[in-house]
Design a protein around this ligand. Structure first.
Ligand SMILES: *[C@@H]1O[C@H](CO)[C@@H](O)[C@H](O)[C@H]1NC(C)=O
Ligand SMILES: *[C@@H]1O[C@H](CO)[C@@H](O)[C@H](O)[C@H]1NC(C)=O
Length: 413
């Protein structure tokens, strides 16, 4: 979701680039020891300066506030990088700069140990966040040289105004890796004031979706697959299985065996992308959110019920082979199986909704799902009721036709 709204075509973009560089470099190139990154797709300019005899990095950022955040990182990949995440402050007048570090390829976590000195942060009339700051000791995070590895990312087009450096952010919607000649940025401290000295130089690095150096990274495919698969399970597979179980008599029990196996496989398969996504986000790494706890409980319960069903049908079948009626206990086991499975279905329906909430889906989607779930329930409950009546009648009829047997006093059937 890289917004190109302000720069409709490459010609305009080039003109814009030229103008920007003319204006901005006047601003930041007062001292020559500056390296600049330019990201035309996101209207972002980042300049760096490395004061000599110091581990600090001075940086100056101009970036629009329409992304949830803009982040720059020092390092080759997110797993070993120090990220500086920038988003508007609570009053939307300044900018919160949150240093974050990741362990593995996951969402970076707020790193209070990193010291930042903010010289100036504002949001101007043009909706640009402007940050002039120094990152203390940050040269240690990058290979200072002629090709220092760096990262850039912007968040999705969501509002975030917060003073909390630990504010929750979503996965980036566009990102890129680049290298900067930091040797060139090493020189007298600071990124200078606007001066009359105009030096038109090209930026040291450009990230652009045109040449593929700025990549889209917003579509969390695993999370989408997880959600869609479970919606199918909750809205179709589970109710279908229980319809089959209720509608078909003992002779067709094997069909329920097939649908239950499909159902169980679906639930296990759909869990996999969910577990993978969980590891990527701070909020879900511990598997402690309601959605995850409920989900794991549901999977455990369904696993137990799957085994339970197999055992039950095995007991019934072997009794039949011996020409006996199944033991009386199977009746209770059957009732428990039925009701627990109905409970599991309800849990699945609810948990898909909870998951949509957890992944911060749009309200329209959540309400649409709720409407669909209520519709499915409203349709199926009368159907189940009819099935129940029919099977009750059938049993009564069978009982009436059957010769009294010695089992009758057990109240079986
Ligand atoms: C990096 O910058 C330095 C200083 O301006 C320059 O001498 C050197 O040639 C540059 N190296 C590359 C690879 O651009
Ligand atoms: C950034 O802040 C430093 C330190 O206060 C200051 O010297 C410098 O002029 C500022 N740069 C810009 C471009 O405003």
């Amino acid at each position: 979701m890289v917004s190109n709204a302000r720069i409709p075509n490459p010609g305009w973009r080039l003109l814009w680039l030229f103008l920007c560089i003319m204006i901005q470099l006047q601003l930041v190139r007062a001292q020559t020891a500056v390296s600049t990154l330019f990201v035309p797709d996101t209207d972002t300019i980042v300049s760096f300066n490395l004061p000599p005899n110091s581990d600090d990095i001075n940086f100056y950022v101009i970036t629009p506030d329409w992304y949830q955040y803009t982040a720059i990182g020092f390092g080759t990949s997110m797993s070993d990088a120090l990220m500086l995440v920038m988003y508007p402050s609570a009053d939307h007048k300044g900018v919160t700069v949150s240093p974050r570090r990741a362990t593995g390829n996951t969402e970076p976590v707020y790193s209070p140990a990193t010291q930042l000195t903010l010289h100036e942060t504002t949001i101007n009339d043009n909706f640009d966040m402007i940050v002039n700051a120094t990152c203390r000791g940050c040269q240690l995070f990058t290979k200072v040289g002629t090709a220092a590895p760096m990262l850039f990312a912007v968040g999705p087009g969501l509002d975030l105004s917060s003073d909390d450096p630990d504010a929750r952010i979503r996965r980036h919607s566009a990102y890129g890796r680049f290298t900067l000649n930091l040797t060139r940025a090493t020189g007298p401290g600071g990124i200078g004031n606007p001066t009359t000295t105009t030096t038109t130089t090209t930026p040291d690095a450009i990230l652009s979706s045109d040449d593929g150096s700025l990549l889209k990274g917003g579509d969390a495919k695993a999370a989408t697959a997880h959600g869609i698969l479970y919606a199918i399970v909750a809205l179709a597979v589970a109710p279908f299985d229980s319809l089959v179980a209720g509608a078909l008599g003992a002779r067709w029990a094997w069909v329920h065996g097939v649908t239950a196996t499909v159902y169980f496989a679906f639930v296990l398969g759909a869990m996999v992308p969910g577990v993978l996504v969980s590891g990527e986000h701070v909020a879900t790494q511990q598997f402690r959110t309601g959605h995850q706890v409920l989900g794991l409980l549901t999977v455990v319960a369904l696993t137990v019920m799957f085994g339970w069903g197999i055992a039950l049908s095995w007991i019934k079948r072997s009794a039949k082979k011996r020409g006996q009626e199944p033991p009386e206990s199977t009746r209770l086991l059957g009732v428990v199986h039925r009701w627990v499975c109905r409970g599991i279905w309800v849990l699945l329906l609810v948990n898909v909704g909870v998951g949509l909430k957890l992944s911060e889906q749009r309200m329209v989607l959540i309400l649409g799902y709720v409407a669909l779930a209520v519709g499915v329930i409203a349709f199926l409950v009368p159907v189940y009721f009819c099935l129940w009546r029919i099977s009750k009648k059938r049993k009564e009829k069978e009982e009436g036709l059957e010769m009294p047997t010695i089992y009758d006093h057990h109240g079986f059937n």
